[in-house]
Design a protein around this ligand. Structure first.
Ligand SMILES: O=C(O)CCC(=O)C(=O)O
Length: 387
């Protein structure tokens, strides 16, 4: 450090070095939990009880062998296409090849940019102040671009492969086991952590509605599936504090103080191979570090809630807007689950078809075709549900 650099100046190499012991020890803790394996369903199609028990105990489970190589290829290609057509920087009209960038055709702009290796949320009041502690921001290499894309929003109308993944019968059986057969959708985003560029997501717990409810429980704010398109490594992945979904609101600044750094003592990394899927309780203390590693991570997120935590609930969104979720709103948004199931069945006709009970009688209305792409799917995410 020279005397013109700020006190928290840290190079990418120093950051990577700081993470070495932590990632090695964390990975050992993660594998010792034993909460990983393929999706196992009983003969009646219900999730194996031991898996559900492990999820409830630790707050997450790692599903192996969910997405096979051809499907993984389609997902990667779709993400790549969407990134290749991104504006070169926020507000730009052209992509890197000088073509009109994608984005304006969707009501909710799908690309979110961040400064390389930054922490856009930590220590700010953004997102209702959910991210109280700022993470380390290594200084990017001299050849780094000014911006990196950290998030795509609205996966299901951006990429058909994501819609098909959404209808995965094994994953939907897991959703049913955790949140009940009438589970309700949340939102779908892609987290992107480019090597040497990906920003951190400071420690937080998701959900801002039910923490003080008299009937609050470990499932009150639902869960996310996180499908990994590339290996999720200790240096680029999401880290979680096992069991923290059951303890109410955590004191994150105190945890950081006890650990004497942002590297929380008891946290574990969500490590897995490409094509594997985490199910992660949204109430867990979780976050990810600036990606000072040489490896890219791309995570397809899709979340769900128990219906009784959503129906007729009025709550403010992360941007402050108030929303109320009546039965009609839930029904409209849930049709995208039915559409995903049909899209998947058309692509993989030999797979079992998941029966989403709330819409069992509406298969014809929710067929996957070009008419419903326009009528139901386009801008579906205006009806996203957030609690
Ligand atoms: O993927 C990441 O780095 C952060 C994910 C996260 O915070 C979330 O899904 O709530």
């Amino acid at each position: 450090m020279n005397n013109t650099q700020p006190a928290d100046y840290i190079t990418v190499a120093d950051h990577a070095h700081l993470m070495e012991t932590y990632t090695r020890e964390g990975e050992a803790r993660a594998y010792a939990l034993g909460n990983r394996g393929p999706i196992k369903l009983d003969p009646d199609g219900k999730l194996d009880k031991e898996i559900l028990d492990a999820y409830r105990e630790h707050g997450f489970y790692v599903f192996e062998n969910v997405v096979d190589a051809p499907e993984l290829h389609e997902l990667r290609e779709d993400v790549e296409h969407f990134l290749s057509r991104a504006p070169v920087e926020p507000e730009a009209e052209l992509d890197a090849a000088g073509r009109p960038a994608l984005g304006p055709e969707f009501v909710r702009y799908p690309y979110r940019f961040a400064k390389p290796l930054s922490d856009p949320l930590g220590g700010t009041t953004k997102n209702k102040g959910r991210h109280p502690v700022k993470m380390l921001n290594p200084t990017p290499g001299e050849d780094a671009p000014s911006w990196t894309i950290e998030l795509l929003t609205g996966n299901l109308h951006l990429m058909d492969s994501c819609l098909r993944l959404y209808g995965h019968p094994g994953l939907l059986a897991v959703a049913e086991a955790i949140s009940g057969p009438d589970f309700v959708p949340y939102n779908e985003v892609v987290f992107i952590k480019e090597p040497g560029l990906g920003p951190s997501v400071a420690w937080h717990q998701d959900g801002t509605t039910h923490w003080d409810a008299p009937d609050w429980d470990g499932d009150a704010h639902g869960f996310n599936f996180m499908t990994q398109l590339y290996p999720s490594t200790p240096a680029n992945c999401v880290w979680v504090l096992p069991g923290s979904h059951k303890g109410g609101k955590a004191d994150i600044p105190a945890l950081v103080n006890e650990s004497r750094s942002e590297r929380l003592n008891e946290a574990v990394p969500l490590v897995c191979k490409a094509g594997e899927v985490f199910v992660v309780n949204r109430q867990m203390v979780h976050g990810s570090f600036a990606n000072s590693s040489p490896d890219r991570r791309v995570t397809i997120n899709a979340g769900f809630f128990p219906r009784h935590r959503v129906l007729d609930i009025s709550t403010s969104q992360l941007d402050g807007r108030m929303e109320t979720y009546d039965a009609e709103r839930i029904h409209t948004r849930s049709r995208i689950i039915a559409l995903g199931i049909d899209a998947r069945q058309q692509r993989f006709p030999d797979e079992p078809r998941y029966d989403y009970q709330p819409l069992s009688g509406e298969i014809e209305e929710n067929r996957w075709n070009e008419e419903n792409r326009e009528k139901l799917l386009k801008n579906y995410n205006l009806k996203d549900i957030y609690i």
